[in-house]
Write a protein that binds this ligand. Structure first.
Ligand code: CP
Length: 332
């Protein structure tokens, strides 16, 4: 595939890219990981600037992109939205045009409020003349999901996930309003590579209807499937990959006390060694991190041999670099 053709392309959802384009991004990620490990220079974006706008906190995403941009020979400029005019309501269109005129890419995290972040990014993308990268919105977390897929490929030696049962499960955390973007992003991506995805969740924690309709359509095209169950054990049974994490109940966003009370009804939705025993013998445990230790997962599991969470977190760097290099003209 012609890598130059990616120049200027937005990356707002994996669904916006073809399976072949995503595969190319994975190939680039693999090359850049080897170059990083071997200390080989890979300054694909010399003197380029990425503006990174954050409306929420971050450890992995900010630092993977910031360090990654340095390693590519450019500069990632961090913008705390709360200290910019974005906090005063500056139009996304105006901001996109202006920052686009100062640099070569804009990356945005806007994930806290259902209905806002993805629409905001699409508005910026319509106006800006540089690529827009979604660092997590209300719908999707596509820079996380491509790192997840890279990790699965590294572990099992293939990105053809045909016949592989992957369980994305809700898990308990005593916290409020976590985005639905990770489970939704996994549903949008993995079945396109053939995965048999099972989403396990209590009845109140349904994912967004429109997103799931899109995920089912994409799954049908890719040869994978999606089923939903309301029992964590049933989800784990025979799964080759388990990805248990907390997310918020959409109907309770803005109702913190009710949301916390609902979560507390499902404290037994934890990934522990008993549940890992229900999964396939060679299964792996994944989490985008940060994990809520002792609630979502036991230390025994997250620190155990089946856990790949640190490899998964490291792959945020390599995949982030691949996405920046491709979309910002590193191969053009
Ligand atoms: N997984 C992830 O996006 O981590 P951060 O919130 O720390 O960026």
């Amino acid at each position: 595939m012609d890598r130059a053709s990616f120049k200027g392309k937005d990356y707002i959802s994996t669904a916006d890219w073809s399976v072949e384009e995503l595969g190319e991004a994975l190939d680039v990620s693999k090359e850049l990981k080897a170059a990083f490990r071997n200390n080989e220079p890979h300054r694909l974006l010399p003197d380029k600037t990425l503006f990174m706008i954050f409306l929420d906190l971050s450890t992995r995403t900010r630092n993977a992109f910031e360090a990654g941009m340095t390693q590519l020979g450019g500069h990632a400029h961090f913008i705390d939205a709360g200290t910019s005019q974005i906090a005063h309501g500056e139009a996304p269109r105006d901001m996109g045009i202006i920052l686009g005129s100062y640099g070569h890419g804009i990356a945005i995290r806007h994930d806290k409020v259902p209905g806002e972040g993805n629409a905001y990014m699409r508005e910026v993308a319509a106006a800006a003349e540089v690529p827009i990268i979604n660092l997590q919105c209300d719908i999707d977390h596509p820079t996380q999901q491509i790192a997840d897929l890279m990790t699965i490929e590294e572990h099992f030696g293939t990105r053809d996930l045909s016949g592989m049962k992957i369980c994305v499960s809700w898990a308990f955390a005593p916290s409020y309003a976590k985005p639905m973007s990770v489970p939704q992003g996994l549903a949008l991506l993995l079945p396109r590579f053939g995965a048999e995805l099972t989403i396990a969740r209590p009845p109140e924690f349904r994912l967004q209807t429109g997103v799931m309709e899109q995920a089912h359509e994409l799954a049908a095209e890719g040869g994978g499937s999606i089923v939903e169950v309301e029992d964590m054990d049933a989800g784990f049974e025979g799964a080759t990959v388990v990805y248990p994490k907390s997310w918020g109940a959409e109907h309770l966003f803005g109702k913190e006390q009710e949301a916390l009370a609902l979560n507390a009804r499902y404290k037994d939705w934890i990934c522990d060694s008993r549940r890992m025993g229900i999964a396939a013998k060679d299964s792996i445990y994944m989490h985008c991190l940060p994990a809520d230790r002792g609630n979502e997962v036991t230390d025994e599991v997250i620190d155990g041999e089946q856990s790949v969470v640190f490899q998964e977190a490291e792959n945020r760097l390599h995949t982030g670099k691949a996405l920046m290099a491709l979309t910002m003209g590193g191969y053009a």
